[in-house]
Design a protein around this ligand. Structure first.
Ligand code: TXA
Ligand code: MG
Length: 344
């Protein structure tokens, strides 16, 4: 499959959107920008087209896809929309949130990996919205990386993973948010965040009165335990170099990371550091995470890819507080580090 296509990467214009919409209507797969990460889209109502997403990504068939829409009016055809879900939509859509709702039979089982709920998301990125409107189809789309690779936040990342595997990548620039949408299960008594993102549990609770966070968000699954969100079960976001996160008081973290780095015996170790702490690592290879959790969210996947490009075989990363969007960042970093987290 790998050289089936000459993959084109085009800026979002009326012309490229028209071609992308034609491809989608014809049952092909197209990568497109969203405000979170790039998505790999196909017609959600066409099983064969959706099958091509799983093939291009090498994604396990038991990991369900999110369905992307541009108009709230499209939603009741696809799933059951509760009043609470409607309020959530009014507050945060379009935006970086995915709501799990009881699915209607029109959604093929391949999209939801046979689950009874479907994830619905209204991306806010103008390019994504224009594409959804141009094709006028519900678009199933996971992140546009190869399975287990960090999610792509630039068109170039998509090209790295998808060259020869899909016909077209729409280039809409750097993704603003940088981590994937908040996944919130709206099918039970209480909204439950299964994957944290830029819409925080606090923000959801402010609208719904209550919001829980699945406890699998910040710990590895136990042997034999089933994940509420199948994506959390699979190996994820992995850079090639083994990664360790160090959390705690800034000074102690810097000291510990210097020791770990100096004693690692690695060929090419690197440090992921907050901007202000970089001078503390003088003489060591350091990549800049940014100044705050928003910058970290924006940068983290690009940095994990950068580490791979540089041939890094060992990564030491500063942890941050898991508040606000920091929870989303730590959720992704913890998985990248296979939960190798030290508290100092
Ligand atoms: O920001 C995003 O959500 C991006 C952009 C492209 O929209 N998409 C994305 O999709 O991150 P993906 O497939 O890489 O991650 C979707 C996550 C997976 O962990 C999946 O298991 C979970 O959402 N998920 C989707 N539908 C589900 C369902 N019905 N029940 C439980 N988990 C579900
Ligand atoms: Mg993904």
């Amino acid at each position: 499959m790998s050289d089936e296509f000459q993959t084109k990467c085009l800026p979002v214009t009326d012309k490229s959107l028209e071609w992308a919409a034609e491809l989608l209507k014809g049952g092909q797969v197209v990568a497109f920008p969203t405000e979170t990460v790039y998505g790999l889209g196909a017609n959600a109502l066409n099983e064969e087209a959706v099958g091509k997403i799983f093939a291009a990504k090498m994604r396990p068939a038991d990991n369900p896809l999110i369905v992307h829409l541009y108009d709230p009016e499209q939603m009741p055809d696809l799933c059951i929309v509760s009043d609470r879900t409607r309020r959530l939509m009014e507050a945060f859509c379009p935006g970086p949130i995915t709501m799990l709702c009881p699915k209607k039979p029109i959604i093929p089982d391949i999209v939801t990996a046979n689950l009874r709920s479907v994830g619905i998301r209204f991306p806010s990125h103008e390019g994504a919205r224009a594409l959804l409107k141009a094709c006028n189809l519900p678009i199933a789309a996971p992140s546009a990386n190869l399975s287990t690779r960090p999610s792509p936040t630039r068109a170039l990342h998509v090209l790295e993973d998808m060259q020869g595997r899909i016909p077209l990548i729409l280039d809409g620039g750097d993704c603003q948010v940088g981590v994937e949408s908040t996944v919130v299960d709206m099918t039970g008594e209480v909204p439950v965040v299964l994957r944290p993102g830029a819409v925080t549990p606090e923000m959801i609770a402010a609208v719904c009165g209550v919001c829980e966070v699945a406890d699998s968000v910040m710990r590895p699954l136990r042997e034999g335990e089933s994940a509420p969100s199948p994506g959390m079960r699979h190996r994820h976001y992995a850079p090639r170099g083994k990664m360790t996160i160090v959390c705690g008081n800034a000074e102690a973290v810097c000291r510990r990371i210097c020791d770990l780095y100096d004693q690692s015996g690695a060929q090419k170790p690197c440090i992921l550091s907050l901007t202000d702490h970089i001078p503390a690592y003088a003489g060591r290879l350091t990549l800049d995470l940014g100044r705050d959790e928003g910058a970290l969210a924006h940068n983290i996947f690009a940095l994990l890819r950068r580490a791979d490009e540089l041939g890094i075989d060992r990564i030491f990363a500063e942890g941050i507080a898991d508040r606000g969007v920091g929870l989303a960042v730590m959720n992704r970093m913890a998985r990248a580090a296979a939960f190798d987290i030290e508290q100092v």
